[in-house]
Design a protein around this ligand. Sequence first.
Ligand SMILES: NC(=O)c1ccc[n+]([C@@H]2O[C@H](COP(=O)([O-])OP(=O)(O)OC[C@H]3O[C@@H](n4cnc5c(N)ncnc54)[C@H](OP(=O)(O)O)[C@@H]3O)[C@@H](O)[C@H]2O)c1
Length: 225
Amino acid sequence: MATVAITGAARGIGLELAAQHIAAGDTVLALPRKASPALEELAASSGGKLTIHLCDVANDASVRAAAASGDGVIDVLYNVAGVTGPMANELEGADWDAWNEAFAIMVQGPLRVLQAFLPRLREGSRVINVTSQIGASTWPMGGFYSYAAAKAALNRLMRSVATDLKPKGIVIGLVHPGWVQTDMGGPNAEITPHESAAGLLKLGTEWTLADTGEFRKWNGEPHAW
Ligand SMILES: NC(=O)c1ccc[n+]([C@@H]2O[C@H](COP(=O)([O-])OP(=O)(O)OC[C@H]3O[C@@H](n4cnc5c(N)ncnc54)[C@H](OP(=O)(O)O)[C@@H]3O)[C@@H](O)[C@H]2O)c1
């Protein structure tokens, strides 16, 4: 049975991923920035297998405190936390506070979390970063400037991290989770959180060092960069 840590576990894909790992008999460190009733319910019904450690991925002290809440090995660390930011094009002005927030959460956040948990990662541990098709150069639409830029930066950043951690045997994955029916994806999205999380769990269980730093879809297919 694995021990996994999940940021952004309060709702959406992160919450469903936590539920599926619990159902699989794994131990889950849920890392929400604030707990939600649904996550607290999951913890209460998990027989002690799911513990909650508050973790605002944009805040150094918060992330370090969450990582220091134990010293056991983490088999899979999922960087899930994300925000949409402004959706329109920003050709005539931008909300720079929103840009800073997007980068703090979706670029610096995953690195900050990885740094803090690195002492708890071992050969064979996996770090699965939930990114987006919108960060790929092949994404055909405009808009989403800060979100697209942040996810593209995350992809490039984690490719470098993958190279640097390969000698330690730590695997880095980049995953587009699909267009998912969550608060972020909206009700008309293509797949359910259950389908998305099932794909992420499979990738988190199977990703090999030979494929470290690759970009995939939730169903395991390669994603264009
Ligand atoms: N849904 C989609 O269609 C889709 C598509 C492509 C990629 N993604 C990516 O998938 C990931 C999960 O998205 P989702 O659809 O599950 O979104 P969601 O339902 O909006 O949930 C976002 C989660 O991120 C958390 N979060 C935001 N800022 C945080 C911070 N500073 N520290 C810790 N947690 C924070 C939120 O916590 P609070 O409850 O505290 O706000 C929430 O739990 C994101 O990285 C997103 O970019 C989603």
